[in-house]
Design a protein around this ligand. Sequence first.
Ligand code: 6PG
Length: 242
Amino acid sequence: MNKTIEILPSKAALIARSLQLILEIIPSAIAERGIFTIALSGGSTPKPLYEAIAAQDLPWDKIHVFWGDERYVPPTHTDSNEGMARQAWLSKVPIPEANIHPMPTDAADPAIAAQQYEQQLQDFFQLKSGEIPALDVVLLGMGDDAHTASLFPQTDALQVCDHIVTVGNKDGQPRITFTIPLINQARCVMFIVAGASKQPALAQVFAPSADGNLYPSRFIQPFGELWWLLDQDAGQNLKRAD
Ligand code: 6PG
């Protein structure tokens, strides 16, 4: 793992830096494998990034979009991560619908939806059962409680290591989420974190030792690149272990 922490002077600078890094990765991924694959985060932080990507002239037919987690609601629901990304980005660019791979949220049992998405990933990446796909970029946010994707503190999803997609749980509400092994298989994991409210969680995530079950973002230690992009409000008091 190659970890880089950057503290940017503003949220706008954070978004610009994350866009720059993604734009650098896209051509090399396409040159090497013919496509670029990215898993999107939900929440509020990434929305301006999605809007900025939508303004780029990119080889959309070679770009495939997945989600790292999803609330268990229809894409038309205001909480939908898919709905937010479509509104901010995907509806504004000529990306083929076949290149957009949303997490299913229409099965009666969220566990069925998680299995369906896991199968979709294995089919797309042409993997045998048990193999873990390496996405080019997994974009992540971090909650004030140090959760990431829908891997919330002290939940069963943190223990899942024999699947790549599982059911997350936020205050009793089901989510579909990448598991830690899938996130850690990524060529590049990029956290974008903004706001002073994130400081306590960041202090625990970057502490020399703390319990990952209480601060799940600690478990994100990818084989590839790990980028922590923080704005000044989030990162100004960070004591870094490394
Ligand atoms: C979600 C996200 C979640 C998010 C964090 C941070 O579905 O809510 O995937 O993990 O990244 O909660 O959210 P903000 O960006 O709104 O602070």
